[in-house]
Every structure is written in C-alpha cells, then in structure tokens.
Design a protein around this ligand. Structure first.
Ligand SMILES: C[S@@+](CC[C@H](N)C(=O)[O-])C[C@H]1O[C@@H](n2cnc3c(N)ncnc32)[C@H](O)[C@@H]1O
Length: 371
C-alpha cells in the first residue's frame, strides 16, 4: 500500500483550512468539495492525519468510487473491491452510510446490498460460509451523492473532535474541530496572547494553546485503525514520537478566559489541565460588562445565542455591551462567531471580513475585526 486515497469530512466553510493542514503533513493531489477534502499519501498518512489534523472530523480510506443507479450495479461495484486486503476472516465489518439526490435512496436497502456483496466477496476468498465477526471492527461507510458511490473504511472511530480532554462540557460548547478552524483563521502564533470573555468549557483557549505550542490534537486519544490487522503498528509509534518531538516547549503563548458562570470557569481549568496546557491558561469569573481588553491580545469567542425570543433579546444586549468594551484594532483583533444575522448592527461596527461557517446545522458567520 504505497499510495492510498484518504477522505476527511470537515465543517462547511473550513475546507481551505483543512487543505492547508493536509498539505503541511505531506498529503498530495487534493480534491476539495463542500465539507470534504480527499487526498493521497502512503500508509503512514493514516496515523499522521488522525493525530495531527485539527479540523478534520475523521479520516476515511477510500476503497472505491463508482456510479450506480441499480442495486445490481451497487452489488457488483462493492464485490469487485479487494476487501480481503483489509478485512480478515474474523473481523467485524458493519456497514453504515447515507444517500442524497440519488436513485438508490433507501439507506437500509443500500446497507443490506453492500453487506451482502462484502460477504460474497470474502466467502469466495476465504472459502468459508459463516463470518463470526469477533475480531477487530472495520467500520465500512458508504456515501451515495447524485448516483456517485464512494465506499470507505473509517480509521478514526469516535469523531476527531473528541480530543480526550473534554469529558465534561457546559450547555453550548463549540465543537473542537470548528474552534480549531477559527483559531487558524485568527492566525494564532507561538507568541500570541488570546482572550475568550465567554470561555464556557475553555475550547478556544485549549485549541489555541495546541496551535501555538504545536501540540497534535489527537495525542491524548486512540483511533479505531490502531486495531486493524492490515496497518503496521509502527506507523502509530513513529507518528506519536514525531508529534512529541514537534511540541514547541518554549512557546511564549498565553491565554485568558472569563465567564459569568463559576462552574464554567472550573470546567475550563479542569479541561485545560486534562489537555496538558494549564500552565498557559488563566481563567477568572467575570461579567462581560466588566471586561477590560488585554494588551495586544486576540479575542476569540462565541457569545450566547438564545433559541427563544427572550434569550435572543438578552443575547442582543450582550452584543451591544461587547461593542462597547472590545476595541478591535490591528493590535487587538476580534473573531466572533454568531448565527445572529444582525450581529454587526448590535455590536456597532461592520466586520472587516466575514466568513460563513456551520456550527452543526446552524448557519453562522465568523465576524473578523482586524483593522
Ligand atoms: C456559547 S457559550 C460559550 C461556549 C464556549 N466557547 C465553549 O466551547 O465551551 C457562552 C458562554 O457565555 C457565558 N456568559 C453568558 N452571559 C455572560 C456574561 N454576561 N458575561 C460573561 N459570560 C457570559 C455563559 O456562561 C456561557 O458559558
């Protein structure tokens, strides 16, 4: 397996950030589509991508791509994949996936056909009729979009946003992968100072510390593919060694987090301790109305946004206060993510740049003030 094709889904709007990350770790021949980046690498790319990519949701191996408008075409397309190179006699190989704008729209039917094709292929290769599926779990995934089928192996398991540091979260934490993308757009460097006046569980503070100190976001967790028989163990050992060697221990980075809620402050401290970046982060209970900008700091935050009308009005009041206490400038840039269409009107200043991002299913904008 000198050359394998990998596919990483990401938040809509972060494709360019992820592409940059992929090129940095040696991925090549990138194909970028909405919410996904495909690329090539050798087998060691599986461990590097899982450990090092901050904005990818998972890392899939692309087994096959073909068109299918009938179950027979789907069956034959899957049966022609050399699955025996990936799945041993005892491995479990569950199938899941999705279909959009395609003739083959029934997901349960597609799932059953793909499973049947896999069984037929492996039966003929292994000369057995029954698969006990008690070994490693090789999760197969399919995507059918406008009749184009892609069959993947998921190498990640639990999504990559689970870094291993946030066992506990507050009510509305931002996803770690989205936070990492925003941090990239905010150009955090080894000597940056970051503040988050609505720090909640501390995601922006911790992800900024990772970026500034060059700490691989996956260093504290395991990945599904570590149990795959067809992947040599040494690629994990070597990639982890490289990640440890790459950490910038002399980074001058500092971060300050504030929140009105004492439990959130405790949570931020606890999570930053679990993430191993506690020494870089200072947190304190404070209301935004008392906020005083930290000298030469980059402010990054996702202020509250209510779902009910009363909460939305309260959020709008907070945006007005933010407009009064933040003083965005080239020396004190501010990056604020909000789904509120009128955010700038309440904040009282038009953003220098905006970027559409999705926080889960919620359409948001990243309002960037850097002049
Ligand atoms: C959307 S959450 C931020 C989530 C955070 N980014 C995270 O990843 O966990 C908004 C936070 O603002 C805090 N908050 C609400 N009103 C505030 C105020 N007036 N001053 C400071 N913090 C406030 C809430 O306690 C909550 O933790």
């Amino acid at each position: 397996m000198n050359k394998i094709k990998l596919s990483c889904p990401c938040h809509f709007g972060l494709e360019s950030v992820l592409s940059y990350e992929i090129k940095k770790i040696g991925g090549y021949d990138l194909e970028v589509t909405d919410g996904r980046v495909n690329f090539y690498g050798d087998i060691s790319m599986i461990s590097k991508a899982n450990l090092m990519l901050a904005t990818a949701e998972r890392v899939n191996i692309v087994l096959a791509e073909f068109r299918a408008t009938s179950f027979e075409e789907l069956f034959q397309g899957v049966k022609s994949i050399p699955l025996e190179n990936y799945i041993s006699k005892k491995d479990a190989f569950p199938v899941k996936g999705h279909s959009l704008n395609s003739k083959l729209h029934s997901v349960p039917d597609c799932q059953a056909i793909i499973k049947k094709a896999c069984v037929e292929r492996l039966k003929s290769k292994y000369n057995i009729t029954w698969f006990e599926e008690t070994g490693s779990k090789i999760q197969l995934q399919f995507s059918i979009m406008k009749d184009n089928v892609a069959i993947f192996i998921d190498t990640t398991g639990v999504g990559l946003h689970k870094r291993g540091y946030r066992k506990n979260a507050n009510d509305a934490p931002i996803k770690e992968t989205l936070a990492a993308g925003i941090i990239d757009l905010a150009r955090i460097r080894h000597d940056s100072v970051v503040t988050d006046p609505f720090c909640g569980s501390g995601t922006f503070l911790i992800e900024s510390a990772f970026k500034a100190c060059n700490i691989a976001p996956g260093l504290k967790r395991k990945f599904a593919a570590e149990a795959f028989g067809f992947i040599p163990q040494n690629i994990w050992v070597e990639a982890r060694q490289q990640c440890l060697a790459d950490i910038d221990k002399n980074a001058q980075f500092k971060a300050f987090g504030f929140d009105i809620d004492a439990d959130s402050i405790e949570l931020s401290a606890d999570n930053s301790r679990k993430a191993g970046v506690f020494s870089k982060i200072t947190v304190a209970k404070a209301n935004i109305s008392e906020y005083e900008p930290v000298e030469n700091a980059i402010t990054i935050c996702n202020p509250p946004y209510g779902e009910r009308m009363l909460e939305i009005r309260q959020a709008e009041e907070l945006y007005k206060i933010m407009g009064q206490v933040f003083s965005p400038s080239a020396k004190n840039p501010c990056y604020i993510i909000s789904p509120h269409e009128e955010f700038e009107a309440f904040f009282g200043k038009k953003a220098d740049k905006r970027r559409k991002l999705y926080n889960g299913m919620i359409k948001c904008q990243l309002f960037m003030y850097f002049k």
